[in-house]
Every structure is written in structure tokens, then in C-alpha cells.
Write a protein that binds this ligand. Structure first.
Ligand SMILES: Nc1ncnc2c1ncn2[C@@H]1O[C@H](COP(=O)(O)OP(=O)(O)OP(=O)(O)O)[C@@H](O)[C@H]1O
Length: 272
């Protein structure tokens, strides 16, 4: 296999808010074609980390290295220009515009007639139809206003748009919080489809089952540090719960091999 540098590498990232040390020396890597689930208790530092990656916050210290090059994003717009974006459900779509308009948003195809730019609706429609078809996403009509689409369909549009315009790393913060069971399942499938196209995905979720279903790797943040960085096929929900809680829920934190009667497994996290 090639020795490409990771899509994103964080080195000793720390973040202080006054006296609060939200992150304390976080190291991690995310590779293209990989889904990483970020888990951790409330206040562990997940959102702070995601904001640092996506340019919403600057670290107090540490380095962000993207594809081998150190980066210092001063704003979400700068991170976005580099191909890193947080997709917040619904927030980035214009509800009273149709699918095609949302897909292009600021990148419309126009032709000039006597100096006046004219939208090339047919050409734009064809681009969107192909992008969605390639991703296996079905939307009844591309001319439907987004307000009439389901939460899952909206997510599909956002993710496909991200990939289509050259996005490299997408950050999803609790992307299925408002979705039902079936839509969530489709959303998880869709994440696997977009990641197969060579992007990286970081998903924050409180639902353990989702992490195991969609992620290649789970990174646990606890009290601002990386408490675990494991492949999902080499760990168990019990072990991950131990990492999240510091081993306080399943005994002394030593008996991870047994996975016997960990009380928390799946309960707190069980999907709807
Ligand atoms: N803007 C801020 N000013 C001061 N403290 C902050 C700020 N943002 C986060 N913190 C603190 O930093 C710590 C980490 O918070 P963060 O929101 O990153 O955790 P989280 O893991 O995302 O939690 P949750 O799952 O509850 O969203 C917390 O102690 C929080 O109170």
C-alpha cells in the first residue's frame, strides 16, 4: 500500500477556555476512506475538538497537519476551502429552494447572453441527477423544495454535495438525533457510500450501536484526552464504555477481557 500521509493528523492539540482545559494534548489521525466515531461523556471535549478541526476554534497549542502540510485555520471558511466541513443537519440547506439550487448554491452554471448571466437549469439538473445516482441516493424530484424532503433525504443532499465539490473530511455532530430508526439506518448506509469515494468522516454520536455500525475506528475522549483509539472490529461495546467512564461502570477497569455483566452496554446508548 502507498505511504500517503494521513488526511488529517492532530499533534498535541490543547485548548483552554480561561482556567478550563477542554483539551489536553490530543493526538489522532484520520485517513481518507475511513469513518471515525468520536465518543465521550458530556463535557469530554468532543465538540471543542471538532470545532478546532473545522476552523471554528483555534487550538491553544498543538499542530493540525492536513495531507502532510501544517495548517492553521482562522475560520470555518478557511477549513472549508481546504476541504474540511461540519455538516449540521438542515442548517446548511436553504429550505425554500429546490434540490438543484441547494446543490449548487453559489456555484451555479451560467452562460452569458449579451453580458447577462443566465442559469443553465438543464445542465445543473443533469449534474445533480448524476451525482445522486452515482451515490445511490434517490430523491423523488430534484425540483422539490427541500422543506418537503425528509431529514434523511436532506442529509443525503448535504453529504453528496460535500463530496461532489471536492470535500475531503466531513464532520458530523450527532447527525441522526432527529431521525427515526429507518432513516438512521439509511443515513448510516449513506455514510459508508460516501466514504467509499475516498473522503474521511468523523462522526460524534452518543449511540454506541451507531458507532459500531458505521465506524472503522472509535476514538474516545475523556476529560480532554484520548482515552482510547481502537478499531471497531477489535473491540467491544463493554471496552468502549470502560474507556468513556474510566472503567468505573464495569468494575476496576482491569477485567476488560470478560465483558461479563457491564451494566451500561447498550442501555444508555440503545437506539430508539
Ligand atoms: N466557549 C467555551 N467557554 C468555556 N468553556 C467551554 C467552552 N466550550 C466548551 N467549554 C468547556 O470545555 C469542556 C469540553 O466541552 P465540549 O463541549 O467540547 O464537550 P463535549 O464532549 O462536546 O460535550 P457534549 O457531549 O455535552 O456536547 C467542557 O468543560 C465545557 O464546559
Amino acid at each position: 500500500m502507498s505511504e500517503n500521509p494521513p488526511l488529517l493528523k492532530l499533534e498535541a492539540i490543547s485548548k483552554n477556555f480561561g482556567a478550563i482545559e477542554a483539551l489536553k494534548g490530543v493526538d489522532m489521525e484520520i485517513r481518507a476512506g475511513e469513518v471515525v466515531a468520536l465518543l465521550g461523556d458530556n463535557g469530554a471535549g468532543k465538540s471543542t475538538l471538532v470545532k478546532i478541526i473545522s476552523g471554528g476554534l483555534r487550538p491553544s497549542s498543538g499542530r493540525i497537519i492536513m495531507e502532510g502540510t501544517p495548517r492553521d485555520f482562522a475560520s470555518p471558511a478557511e477549513a472549508k476551502a481546504a476541504g474540511i466541513e461540519t455538516v449540521y443537519q438542515d442548517l446548511s440547506l436553504c429550505i425554500n429552494a429546490d434540490v438543484v439550487a441547494n446543490f449548487f448554491m453559489g456555484r451555479e452554471i451560467t452562460k452569458r447572453f449579451f453580458g447577462i448571466p443566465i442559469l443553465q437549469e438543464r445542465a445543473m439538473e443533469a449534474v445533480v441527477a448524476k451525482a445522486l445516482a452515482d451515490a445511490g441516493t434517490r430523491i423523488p424530484s430534484l425540483r422539490t423544495n427541500v422543506e418537503h424532503l425528509s431529514g434523511g433525504q436532506r442529509q443525503a443532499i448535504e453529504l453528496n454535495r460535500f463530496v461532489h465539490w471536492g470535500g475531503k473530511l466531513v464532520l458530523l455532530d450527532e447527525p441522526f438525533a432527529a431521525l427515526g430508526v429507518e432513516q438512521t439506518r439509511r443515513g448510516l448506509d449513506m455514510i459508508r457510500q460516501v466514504v467509499a469515494r475516498g473522503i474521511g468522516v468523523v462522526i460524534i454520536t452518543h449511540i454506541m450501536a451507531q458507532a459500531f455500525q458505521v465506524a472503522d475506528r472509535i476514538i474516545v475522549i475523556r476529560h480532554g484526552r484520548v482515552a482510547g483509539d481502537v478499531r471497531t472490529d477489535e473491540t467491544t461495546p463493554e471496552q468502549v464504555i470502560d474507556m468513556i467512564t474510566g472503567g468505573t461502570l464495569s468494575g476496576a477497569g482491569k477485567g476488560r477481557d470478560q465483558g461479563n455483566s457491564s451494566p451500561a452496554t447498550g442501555e444508555r446508548e440503545s437506539s430508539q
